[in-house]
Design a protein. Structure first.
Length: 112
């Protein structure tokens, strides 16, 4: 599974997890990416499965699948510290599921 991601800034990592069909550019348009990057954060926005340019392996997808994709992205990026996770709409449910299944991989810093 290939996920399209955009990365900007340097510092503690923050992953922006979008809602249904939400491309990473939406975070740019809202100003959140620039605000976080400008204040010393490594900001990663990504397109969930089925959102261009990410793969769309199946028309059926669960929140568990999305959480698995997010964990795979986190593992691939191999951060020095757990990333903060910021979600919107379905992205919030994705984060909630991930934290409920992998609580030891995150800290209170992750719970924005």
């Amino acid at each position: 599974m290939q996920l399209g991601a955009e990365r900007r800034g340097e510092g503690p990592p923050v992953i922006l997890v979008g809602g249904t069909g939400m491309p990473p550019i939406a975070w740019e348009v809202s100003g959140l990416t620039a605000a976080l990057a400008g204040n010393g954060f490594d900001v990663i926005g990504y397109a969930s499965r089925g959102v261009v340019p990410s793969d769309a392996p199946s028309p059926q997808c669960t929140v568990a699948d999305l959480a698995e994709d997010l964990m795979s992205l986190i593992d691939t990026l191999a951060f020095d510290q757990p990333p903060a996770l910021v979600g919107y709409s379905l992205g919030s449910f994705t984060i909630e599921h991930l934290l409920s299944t992998c609580p030891n991989k995150f800290s209170a810093w992750s719970l924005w």
